[in-house]
Structure formats: C-alpha cells, structure tokens
Design a protein around this ligand. Structure first.
Ligand code: MN
Length: 378
C-alpha cells in the first residue's frame, strides 16, 4: 500500500496584492505527477484546503480540478477540514463520494467509527481540526481542557482501527514541540492547543498531520508542511510531499517539491552603491520584500523606492523603510566586522596610558570565546 501525504494548500491565499494560486497550482501538478510515478493508492490531505472559510470561485475551481484529476488516475483521496476551512463547505464535498474516489471527513464525528475509512488492509482514522466548542458538544465535559478532550477523542477513534493490518491517523492538530513557521493562525498554535505526543494512541503506524507549515518529523508523526512558501516567514524553506510505503516495514520518503516563486527578504543599506543594488535585484527571480534603511532626511528615498519598484515590478510584494538612528548607525552596520581585541587594546591604552600585557589579552580572548560559545549554543 502506497500513500502520499500532503497538507496546508491554502488555496485563495494572497500576499499583499499578489494572488498565490499559481504557486499552489504549480505544486499540485507536481503532486499529480508524484502520484502517477510512485503508483500511489491513497492521497491523504491533512486540512487547510482553503485559506478562507468562504473561498473565491477560482480557488474552488482549481481544487475541484485537482481532485478530479487524482480520481481519473484511479487514486483515492482522503480529505479532512483544517482550521482555515469551513466545516460546512467541506461537508458539501461529501456528495462527490458517489461519483469519485473522494472521501471527506468535514468535522470530528459524534460516533468516532464514522471517522474511519477502510482501503483493504488499511484503516485511516480521520480527525479534522477539533474546534473546542464542537468537542464539547460531543458529550465531552466542558470543564476538561482542550487537550484532554482531544486526547479522549483520539482514544475513542483508535479503538475502531484495532483490527486493521495498517493503521494511519490523519489529523489537523498542533502537537507539542512542533516547530511553527509563523504563518499558522497564531491563536491556534499556542501551548493551550498543543496535544502531547503521548496522548496520541500507540497503535498508529503513521501519523499524517496538518496545521504546522514546516516539514518535520516528531517520532511517528509527520507534518508534511505547506505546499509552497506561504509568507515571508517561510522564506528559504523547502517544501515536500511525504511518500509512505506500508509493507512489512514502514518506509517514509519525503519528496521535495519545486517552488515556482521563492520568497526573498532583501535588506538594502543606505551606504550601498545603489546602482549595484539594482543590478543585483534584476537577476533575482521570485517575490520580494525589500527593507531599505535610510536617513529620513535623505531626499533620495523616494527616488530609490521608485527605482526598486520599477526593477521588481509585480514581484515586489512589500517595501519598508527602516529609519536609521544616527547614533546607532555604526553599530547596525556589519557588527561582526568589529575587531573586539583591537578595540579592547585601544580602550586600555586610552584610559590607563599603558599597553595591556600579553596575559591580559589572552584572558580577554578566552572570555570572548566563551561568550561566543554561549550565544551560539543558547
Ligand atoms: Mn495551515
């Protein structure tokens, strides 16, 4: 049995005035190819299909096109709702089950056995984003904490997969110790929502998670991460789809996705040769946030801004001016280039009117090394 795990599509996302659907479509086309090449049996989508509860028509068109393409390849898809999705919109996709190999679980089910899908030897337990209010309606004690309610729910779900040969959990959850990227909705990734890994029942061979946008493994649990760099906090991040091969032994293989438009954050210092800066920008591809540090009295700021806008055109997403504090300008500029040993020698000579001894300099260097070690290992 071969599965592919993806998550956090965020169709309909825009960054400033830039619509990101072409970045998503580029990733989805690769997912279709991987499904074909790797002979995937079941595609797992771990939530946040859409960026908003009421997505625009173009985004819905793209998602339905993708899902039907997967169907025509003879591949099953299991899809759950994330915290960005509307439970009711995702529920309307359930009807497609009758005409396509699409299996949808829109919200945590009153009867946990309704959340289990079977594909031969494989059982997939689905846990869409468990909204706190919804959990309370599922006969849960309102006084229990969110994580206790989720833990109980997971336990109830796990009971129904016991007899299957292969057991997979597909869930949209925040798991404790997950490294967030910063683009997840802040209120849902805090400690209050973090489910402990030990609260996820032991029985699952593989845990396919959505919610956190950075690809990572936490024991048996994997976040496949978002399919493209959603926001500037994801700049430089590589993106993956996770291939799972369920045989006698479990194999997990992340497959790297090509990124259509990389996100770049570029800092331009007022002292740099501006002509060279523009030349450098011309050669880059992707979407940009440019931060120009400038003395606010400098009359050339607007000209510089205009020139940057001209060179980058539609690829410029954000432009910021960081005012230069005159007193701190020296420090701000390449702090690592200051030779602290020479600075200490100068200081010593100026105040004590004599040269420091070799022993003292050696001690000073030892202290520097210790400080460096401690700041790098913190
Ligand atoms: Mn998300």
């Amino acid at each position: 049995m071969r599965l592919l795990h993806i998550s956090d599509l965020h169709a309909g996302k825009s960054l400033g005035r830039i619509n990101r659907n072409e970045d998503l479509e580029y990733a989805l086309n690769q997912v279709i190819n991987i499904c074909k090449e790797e002979k995937v049996d079941v595609l797992l989508i771990a939530g946040d299909i859409y960026d908003k509860a009421n997505p625009d028509h173009e985004s819905q068109d793209m998602i339905l096109d993708f899902l039907t393409k997967i169907h025509t390849e003879g591949i099953h898809t299991v899809l759950i709702a994330g915290n960005h999705d509307s439970y009711d919109l995702i529920r309307s996709y359930k009807h497609l089950r009758r005409i396509a190999r699409l299996h949808v679980v829109d919200r945590p089910c009153k009867d946990p056995k309704d959340c289990i899908l079977g594909f031969g030897d494989l059982s997939v337990a689905c846990v869409p984003y468990p909204n706190e209010r919804l959990l309370t309606h599922l006969h849960e004690n309102p006084h229990r904490s969110y994580t206790e309610k989720v833990a109980n729910y997971l336990k109830a779900v796990a009971k129904h997969v016991e007899s299957a040969r292969y057991k997979v959990l597909l869930a949209h959850l925040m798991v404790e110790n997950a490294k967030i990227s910063g683009t997840e909705r802040q209120s849902t990734v805090g400690e209050f929502y973090a489910v402990k890994l030990e609260h996820i029942p032991e029985c699952f061979d593989y845990i396919a998670l959505g919610h956190v946008h950075r690809y990572q493994r936490i024991n048996r649990a994997y976040y496949s991460g978002s399919l493209y760099q959603i926001d500037f906090s994801e700049k430089g991040m590589e993106k993956f789809a996770n291939l799972i091969i369920l045989e006698d032994e479990l194999q997990v293989r992340p497959i790297k996705l090509d990124i259509k438009r990389e996100l770049h954050e570029i800092k331009v210092d007022h002292r740099e040769n501006f002509f060279e800066v523009l030349e450098r920008l011309k050669d880059l591809r992707g979407l940009f946030k440019v931060i120009l540090t400038a003395d606010m009295r400098d009359s050339s700021i607007n000209v510089k801004k205009k020139q940057i806008e001209e060179v980058l055109g539609n690829s410029l997403v954000r432009f910021e001016i960081q005012p230069l504090d005159q007193d701190n300008s020296e420090r701000w500029y390449k702090p690592q280039s200051i030779d602290l040993v020479s600075a200490y020698k100068d200081y010593y000579e100026r105040f004590l009117k004599q040269k420091p001894s070799q022993e003292l300099i050696k001690e000073f260097i030892k202290l520097l090394e210790r400080a460096e070690y401690e700041t790098h290992t913190a």
